[in-house]
Design a protein around this ligand. Structure first.
Ligand SMILES: N[C@@H](CCC(=O)N[C@@H](CS)C(=O)NCC(=O)O)C(=O)O
Length: 87
């Protein structure tokens, strides 16, 4: 079953680009929501993620943090498991 992946991003954000590249490399589709200038959305994300940095990555509505958090999950093989990717 496909997971719903949402990446909240902003402009001029290298970590956002790294996060998108990580999922592109895995050939999984995601929705990018650029929240530049949207203070209401920024506050919502900070409340849900506990962080004010972007990107913030949600998989099936659960926040897994930023690029480095998800990269760490990936290095342990946990991201592929979460996404049902079989190698
Ligand atoms: N450890 C975070 C770092 C993210 C980060 O530093 N993002 C920058 C933009 S590329 C940011 O949000 N800067 C604003 C701030 O630090 O408040 C990650 O891997 O996602």
């Amino acid at each position: 079953m496909n997971k719903k992946i949402v990446i909240y991003t902003t402009n001029y954000c290298p970590f956002c680009n790294y996060a998108k590249a990580l999922f592109k490399d895995k050939d999984v589709s995601f929705t990018e929501i650029n929240i530049d200038g949207d203070d209401v959305k920024k506050e919502w994300i900070a409340r849900h993620s506990g962080s004010t940095t972007l990107p913030q990555i949600f998989i099936d509505d659960v926040c897994y943090g930023g690029f480095e958090d998800v990269k760490e999950l990936d290095s342990k093989g946990a991201l592929d498991k979460l996404l049902d990717i079989k190698k």
